[in-house]
Design a protein around this ligand. Structure first.
Ligand code: PEP
Ligand code: MG
Length: 576
């Protein structure tokens, strides 16, 4: 039966494919397709993993028997249940089917079937049986561990389509930004999550992957079944489950139209971003990893305006990258841009980008907690390591350092002192390093209101509108229940942005916007009218924004932009 779910449109385009449900805790298992001739080997891996786990449990049971049955009766009963689950035909047959018919690798097949069986447990009337779900999860965990001990040689890059040639759509309760990175070269053509907002980092990574995504769909992961056919409309924020043939035809058409539009835009790739009145506009790329410089250059970015270095720190069990590893990553990004400037933002962990050792739910208000520069200053040894790596990378090209979330003059002083210390340490080692310009992100309302103070201490500023909006409007950017209140066109937000741009211009210091507003084509004219000449965004947005730039005359936009900012309802004026 067809039904439609609504959420936040976060990454444009249409994906049509089969749903793959993944439990949040298990999205990090390997997802890849095996070749038809490898099916037998993969089933063999599963069999051996099961035998290993059965042996493990048998050994535990025997140990208990030696210890005296009385004391361990409950535990023995539990192990008995685990053994039964391991032999459960429904689990075994289902896993086998995923491998045979869909050509999923063993780990993926196991977690796909876990979702199917776990739901059936959830629906059981009997509370005792319902609780067996936890046992099932433990059994699957043991099997995954056994499979890990026997790694598959087949984990190669795979096309975004199942064995039947159908694309796949990942449906999960939540995906962390690190999970998303995991899928960078993965198999999914679309994403749907229950939670999240438009500027959550998960959404930002989805956009950078150019994969249609809808987040904040509340109970999508409950309502959608494994293998359901779904349409993800990343423009409208709609997910259609089990669509009719007519809907499929309509969305198939829309999908092809989108491809044609994107194709057309590539014609302006080499056209300089100059407005009708001759203003040169700098269009920069936001990147997460050094290899993202390739797509950035492919769309004609004239530099990197934001390298979110925290992605080098995530998804590694809390172990921090050392100086050499960071230096190597930053140098690769700098060299990848072939002489164009690269703005490296110091690590911004915390809030919705937790390190494993620094989880989001540890604190009541993680977005207001030890995040970004606050964390860096609380861990000076870690921060110095990063600063040294950045300074060394600056010997290979033009590098700017960008400090996230500054709000206090004391932070500014400490940053400059630590930079001086990092240089001293490099001098003592005789290491080669280069000059850097140092900039501040203006993303806390206090910093926007006192921006003149910060302009005195920094070479440039970059407006982080994602956080600026979050903090100005008191809206958690990852909370779907308040997502409708997250408004870049709120008069207070516009005033903060407009005043910050004006103050930087008065001070003669470069200013750019690197939040999602910079890549939103509906806001390009407004930002141009406010005097902005530098925009940093996902590579995917550069050409659509350039198209707007080429059609704009900033002389005509100036007075109108001021009217929009002064208006009670800016959105109405913008729509005209
Ligand atoms: C911002 O806050 O606008 C920004 C660019 O930084 P991030 O999205 O990484 O917090
Ligand atoms: Mg930010």
């Amino acid at each position: 039966m067809t039904f439609t779910l609504h959420g936040q449109a976060v990454s444009r385009g249409v994906a049509i494919g089969r749903a793959v449900l993944a439990a949040a805790s298990r999205v990090d298992v390997a997802h890849y397709f095996i070749a038809p001739q490898q099916v037998a080997d993969e089933l063999g891996r599963l069999r051996r993993a099961r035998d290993t786990v059965v042996e493990e449990i048998e050994r535990l049971r025997q140990g208990l028997a030696h210890d005296g049955v009385e004391a361990h009766a409950e535990l023995a009963a539990l192990l008995e249940v685990h053994l039964m689950l391991l032999q459960d035909e429904h689990l075994q047959d289902g896993v086998k089917q995923w491998v045979l018919e869909r050509h999923y690798n063993a780990e993926w097949a196991l977690t796909a079937q876990l979702e199917v069986v776990a739901r059936q447990f959830d629906e059981m009337e009997d509370p005792y049986l319902r609780e067996r779900r936890a046992d099932l999860e433990q059994v699957v965990e043991r099997l995954l561990r056994a499979l890990r001990g026997e790694s598959s040689p087949l984990a190669a890059a795979a096309p975004a389509a199942g064995a039947g040639g159908e694309p796949l759509v990942l449906v999960a309760h939540d995906l962390s930004p690190a999970d998303m990175l995991h899928f960078k070269h993965g198999v999914f053509a679309g994403f749907v999550t229950d939670v999240g907002g438009r500027t959550s980092h998960t959404a930002i990574v989805a956009r950078s992957l150019e994969i249609p995504a809808v987040v904040g769909v509340r109970n999508a992961s409950q309502l959608i079944q494994q293998d359901d056919l779904v349409i993800v409309d990343g423009d409208a924020g709609v997910v259609i489950v089990d669509p009719s043939p007519m809907m499929l035809a309509e969305y198939g058409y829309k999908q092809r139209q989108g491809e044609v539009e994107r194709e057309k835009l590539t014609r302006i790739k080499n056209t300089p971003a100059v407005t009708l009145d001759g203003q040169r506009i700098e269009l920069l790329a936001n990147i997460e990893l050094p290899e993202d410089t390739l797509p950035a250059l492919a769309v004609g970015a004239v530099g990197v305006g934001l390298f979110r270095t925290e992605f080098l720190f995530m998804g590694r069990g809390g172990k921090l990258p050392d100086e050499e590893e960071q230096y190597d990553a930053y140098r690769r990004a700098v060299e990848g841009m072939h002489g164009l400037p690269v703005t490296i933002r110091t690590v911004d962990v915390g809030a919705d980008k937790p390190l494993e050792a620094h989880r989001r739910d540890d604190h009541l208000n993680p977005a207001l907690g030890l995040r970004a520069i606050r964390w860096s200053l609380a861990e000076p040894a870690m921060f110095l390591t990063q600063l040294r790596a950045i300074l060394r990378a600056a010997a290979h090209g033009k590098v700017n350092v960008l400090i996230p979330m500054v709000a206090h003059l004391s932070e500014v002083r400490q940053v400059h002192a630590l930079l001086a210390k990092a240089r001293e340490q490099l001098d003592r080692r005789g290491a080669v390093y280069g000059p850097v310009r140092v900039g501040a992100m203006i993303e806390v309302p206090a910093a926007a209101l006192a921006v003149r103070l910060f302009l005195r201490h920094f070479d440039f500023i970059s407006i982080g509108t994602n956080d600026l909006i979050q903090y100005a409007l008191a809206i958690d950017r990852v909370d779907e229940s308040v997502a409708h209140l997250y408004d870049p066109l709120h008069p207070a937000v516009l005033r903060l942005v407009a005043d910050t741009i004006a103050a930087a211009q008065e001070a003669g210091k470069p200013v750019s916007v690197c939040g999602e507003m910079a890549g939103d084509v509906t806001l390009t004219r407004l930002l141009l009218g406010l005097g902005l000449r530098s925009f940093s965004m996902h590579p995917t947005q550069i050409l659509p924004v350039k198209q707007q730039v080429l059609r704009s005359d900033t002389r005509k936009l100036r007075a109108w932009a001021q009217q929009v900012v002064a208006s009670d309802e800016p959105a109405l004026l913008l729509a005209d």
